[in-house]
Design a binder for this molecule. Structure first.
Ligand SMILES: CC(C)(COP(=O)(O)OP(=O)(O)OC[C@H]1O[C@@H](n2cnc3c(N)ncnc32)[C@H](O)[C@@H]1OP(=O)(O)O)[C@@H](O)C(=O)NCCC(=O)NCCS
Length: 172
């Protein structure tokens, strides 16, 4: 009898440095705009209260990275002036061989449940590159809706938003 592969989230560890650096140099991660701005050696030495950095494991094998931040509290104010009680997510799978098999959707299901488990959280945001239309489709299928086009640093992005109400309708 076939078994359903099990995806779990765990906190990033110092030992993940090598795999995170390897993933970050993959063409599909670079194409998504996630290849720069991540100083893993520094990132892994501290864990501020407004951020969670997680590894997704498939049957114990690390396959992806997820960051969840509170954009109102994040110290660089990447999202600018923004209301409280939101979460913003970054996600990528490390190996091109793992793409397109449903793993990302399952990871997002777990991540969204984790975000909305905090009762004060009203909505979750993502900010794919404007050109990353496959990611837009991925997020739309999860219930995210286009919020605005905006520029983050040098990148033209689309902000998409999933409200708690929409999440309850699609995921409950
Ligand atoms: C986005 C991502 C996490 C989705 O995980 P996944 O396991 O590949 O996705 P699933 O198998 O659950 O769903 C398939 C959908 O994912 C999206 N997807 C698949 N490969 C993708 C890629 N290289 N880049 C962006 N989106 C992709 C597409 O919407 C695809 O549906 P489609 O085949 O109809 O186009 C993963 O593809 C990825 O890490 N992509 C590169 C990084 C990225 O774009 N991150 C998001 C923006 S920061």
């Amino acid at each position: 009898m076939s078994r359903i592969p099990k995806i779990e989230l765990r906190k990033v560890l110092a030992d993940d440095l090598e795999i995170l650096q390897t993933w970050q140099s993959q063409p599909h991660v670079i194409a998504a705009g996630a290849g720069d701005d991540w100083q893993w050696q520094q990132e892994l030495t501290h864990s501020p209260p407004w951020r969670e950095q997680l590894i997704a494991e498939l049957d114990g094998r690390a396959i992806g990275f997820v960051q969840i931040i509170d954009p109102a509290l994040e110290d660089s104010h990447y999202w600018g002036e923004i209301e409280p009680n939101l979460r913003a997510i970054d996600i990528w799978l490390g190996s091109a061989a793992d793409l397109g098999q449903g793993h990302g959707s399952e990871i997002m299901r777990l991540v969204l449940a984790r975000c909305f488990a905090e009762i004060e959280v009203t909505a979750v945001l993502v900010d794919p590159l404007a050109a990353n239309t496959r990611a837009h489709r991925f997020y739309r299928r999860l219930g995210f809706e286009f919020a605005e086009a905006r520029r983050f640093g040098d990148d033209d992005c689309h902000a998409l938003r999933l409200s708690r109400e929409s999440w309850q309708q699609t995921h409950a």
